[in-house]
Each structure stands twice: as C-alpha cells, then as structure tokens.
Design a protein around this ligand. Structure first.
Ligand SMILES: Cc1cc2nc3c(=O)[nH]c(=O)nc-3n(C[C@H](O)[C@H](O)[C@H](O)COP(=O)(O)OP(=O)(O)OC[C@H]3O[C@@H](n4cnc5c(N)ncnc54)[C@H](O)[C@@H]3O)c2cc1C
Length: 419
C-alpha cells in the first residue's frame, strides 16, 4: 500500500490535534514541524503571564508526544514551501549547541497551522516597549517583570502601574488575573482591606469594551472590571508607547511601568513569504470551503493562519482555538475522505475568565443561547482545554493530566514565582 506523506506545520491548538488524530492511520506517514520543542495551550497564556496558573502542567514535549502518538517530529522554523518540488524548507533548529543546516521535508499533503501574532498596527514603540502575549517566552518575560514590580511596590508602598491596550478577551482576562495575582503579595492575604500594590488601566480604541461582543456579555465584563477596580478608558486611540507611558491622539497619557499590547491578531509575517499564496488584509492565507489554499489543493491551512469566509458571511472567521480545533477535526476526517463536505463552524459560544471574579459568558449562539455565570461558566471555560488534552494525550493520559491540573496547588489565587 502506498503511503501518503502528510506534513503539518505548527503544533498548536489545531496542528497538534490533527497530528494526533492522523498518526497511526494506515497508509499515512505524518510529520509535525514546530520551531519550539514543547507544545503549550495558548488560550491560557495570560494566566501563565499573571502567574495565577503554572504552565508546567500545560507544556508537553513534542518529542515525547511524537513517540507516544506515532508521528515524527521535526524542530525548526518553517521558512518556505517549494510547491513545485512539494518540499517544506526549515531553518536549522534554534537550540543552543545543536548542529544543523537548512532542511527540506517532502510532502504529498501539507497543512499550514502556524498560528497568528498580535498586531502592532505600525504604532511607534509597540515592538520595543510593549509586551505582546504570542508565545510562552513572552508570558515568562512578562511574569518576571510583574513579580519585580510587585516586590518593589510592597517595599515602597507605591503601586505599580500596568497598562493593557485592547479590551478583547485577552486584555480583560489578563487584567482580572493580574488583580488576582496581586493578592499573593499582600502582607495579610486573608484580609480583604489591603492597600493597593497595583494600578490597572485598560485602554480601548473603540467606544465600548469588547467591541463586537454580545451586549449581555459586555455588560457582565464591565461590571466585573469595576468590581476589580480596573480603570477602563474607551475611545483611546493610542499613538505611541514609550518605556514608561502610553500616549493617545487626544493628548492624554497614562503612566506605565509595563505595557501589554493585546489589540487584535494578524497572520505571522512568514505566511506572506512562504510561497505564492493569496493573503488577506490581515496577513492570513486565503482558503476555500475545504480549507485548501486557493492556489494549491495539496496545501491546506487551518486555525489563525487561515482566512476562511463562510458562504454568505461578511468577513472571515475570527482567530480562536475553538475554530482551530473544529478545523483540525474536519481535516482529520476529510483528508481520508475525498468526497468530504465543506467545513462548517459550529459556534459553541464565548466565555471570558475573570480570575477570582469568576467567569462570564454566553454559551450557544442560536435559539438555545443562554447566559452563564459563576461555577458552571468556569467549568465550561476549561472544557475546551480538557477536550484538547484528551485529543492529544489519549483518554487515559488525558484524564490523568486533567486530574493533575485540577488538583494542582498553583491553581486559583496562588502565584507562580519561578519560570
Ligand atoms: C492570551 C490568549 C487567550 C486566548 N483565549 C482563547 C479562548 O479562551 N478561547 C479560544 O477559542 N481561543 C482563545 N485564544 C486564541 C487561541 O489561542 C488561538 O486562536 C489558537 O491557539 C490558534 O490555534 P492555531 O493552531 O492556529 O495556532 P497556535 O495555537 O498559535 O499554534 C501555532 C504553532 O505554530 C508554531 N510556529 C509558529 N511559527 C512557526 C514557524 N515559522 N515554524 C515552525 N513553527 C512555528 C508555534 O510554536 C505554535 O506551536 C486565546 C489567545 C491568547 C493569546
């Protein structure tokens, strides 16, 4: 029986689920490529950054997973796709001491699942002075700075100033988790009435927080942010980020010991230079209803790297793990079934985790919509990651990982102080 070589570029929320689902299928030879050696569940990056949840339980070695699930893993940054030769080009592994030169991996089917990056909109100072939460390294770097700021604030009694730009799910959730992390630095954490160590400001360019979100969800978020003593400023069009301040077109400025930039996702710059793919205005590769790139039916794209506009929809699907995961499940079926139907996204709703202040959200987007709050919402919030752990680790190991995660002492208000 002839084998089909499937090469998956990027082992994130979508790519790793696809590799795990396809490995061991008869007639398939599956290779997963990632620039780093361990997988991380990106939707919890802000919690790792705040230190309210440890990343160690959510970080899994690609090398171990490859052995466990039965695919091959290649570490290295993807630099290009040679469509004529059906080869992927990889830079040497970025691992200190590792030997290597540029590599080429042949494929019959290639799946691009390289994710996205936070947009800087060309605003001066964002790249140099703001933290963008795109990878684990960013979360680790932020946490070190945050811990140092709170140690100083505890000694000097002068609160540290953290400014977050962008009031989407990432910005609002990060604000809530930082407020939760602050309690670990109180002299008597058990006492509610403590002087503040952290001054939190959330800036939004639109006239309202969480632009585009459901009205009820937005109202819940605004209420929770007020309870958390987060200063929210809307219609703040930022023109510059400086080492210690953020400036707006209105002339206003806010003191910032650290600035987090969380103002929307675009495709990775490498997508535009991978080959001759059609790229949308947000830098993502345009795909058809079967997730095939419009220029080559042997190259598929999923997740944040893909620009898929469902029939009749005004714009492409947004970048979410929920969509990446459903696209991976779809490709796991359709790559084996040539007569597959087009991909259809089933929206399971949106949930926002606000740390100790609970989770607010809207489940379901149809007639069965209902607004959830409190403990049920919290369980629903984690359901996406639980599903991912099952998919990637298998039922037995997935259950053990979930149990370890649930009973981990670093969950909740405890604070992780070391990388
Ligand atoms: C803080 C935060 C909170 C979020 N919360 C939610 C949420 O609650 N719900 C939700 O649905 N979504 C959420 N998201 C969005 C979600 O994380 C993404 O939509 C999802 O991870 C996209 O999956 P993906 O497989 O396309 O890419 P990713 O998960 O980003 O994976 C991309 C992979 O490609 C690798 N890679 C990148 N460049 C290269 C290269 N050149 N060569 C080789 N490998 C490369 C990366 O190392 C990574 O492993 C959140 C995102 C953030 C940042």
């Amino acid at each position: 029986m002839a084998t089909t070589r499937i090469v998956i570029l990027g082992g994130g929320a979508g790519g790793l689920e696809l590799a795990s689902a396809l490995a061991h299928r008869p007639g398939l030879d599956v290779t997963l490529v990632d620039r780093v050696g361990a997988h991380i569940w990106k939707p919890r990056l802000h919690e790792f950054a705040a230190g309210t949840v440890t990343s160690t339980l959510s970080e899994i070695s690609f090398y171990m997973l490859a052995r466990m699930r039965g695919f091959r893993f290649e570490q290295g940054s993807v630099t290009g796709i040679d469509r004529a030769a059906r080869e992927v080009r990889l830079a040497p592994p970025d691992v200190p001491g590792a030997a290597g030169s540029e590599r080429r991996i042949g494929y019959d089917t290639c799946v691009v699942a390289l994710g996205g990056i936070t947009a800087d909109f060309g605003i001066p100072g964002v790249r140099e002075h703001a933290v963008r939460l795109d990878a684990k390294l960013d979360a680790d770097g932020f946490r070190d700075r945050f811990v140092a700021l709170l140690i100083n604030a505890r000694q000097t009694r002068v609160p540290a100033h953290v400014v977050i730009v962008g009031s989407g799910a990432t910005g609002t959730e990060l604000a809530a988790h930082l407020r939760l992390a602050e309690t670990a630095f109180f002299d008597r954490p058990e006492t509610a009435d403590q002087p503040r160590l952290l001054d939190l400001t959330l800036l939004e360019a639109a006239p309202e927080v969480m632009p585009g979100a459901d009205e009820e969800l937005r109202a819940g978020v605004v209420r929770r942010l007020a309870e958390l003593d987060v200063t929210v400023v809307t219609s703040a069009r930022i023109t510059a980020v400086e080492p210690d301040a953020v400036r707006a077109a209105s002339g206003e400025s806010w003191r910032a010991d650290v600035t987090v930039w969380a103002a929307g996702l675009v495709g990775l710059p490498v997508l535009a230079t991978l080959g001759d793919f059609a790229i949308d205005r947000k830098g993502r590769i345009v795909v058809d209803a079967f997730l095939r790139s419009t220029v080559d039916p042997t190259v598929y794209v999923l997740g944040d790297a893909a620009s898929l506009t469902p029939e009749g929809a005004p714009q492409p699907l947004p970048p979410t793990a929920q969509i990446a995961s459903q696209e991976a499940a779809y490709l796991a079926r359709s790559l084996a079934d040539r007569a597959a139907k087009p991909f259809r996204f089933k929206d399971k709703g949106k949930l926002v985790s606000l740390g100790g202040a609970g989770t607010v959200g809207l489940v379901g987007i149809s007639r069965n919509d209902f607004f959830v709050d409190g403990q049920f919402a919290k369980a629903a919030y984690h359901a996406l990651q639980r599903r991912h752990q099952w998919q990637v680790l298998g039922a037995l190991r997935g259950s053990v990982a979930i149990l370890a995660d649930v009973i981990s002492p670093t969950r909740g208000p405890a604070l992780k102080l070391h990388g």
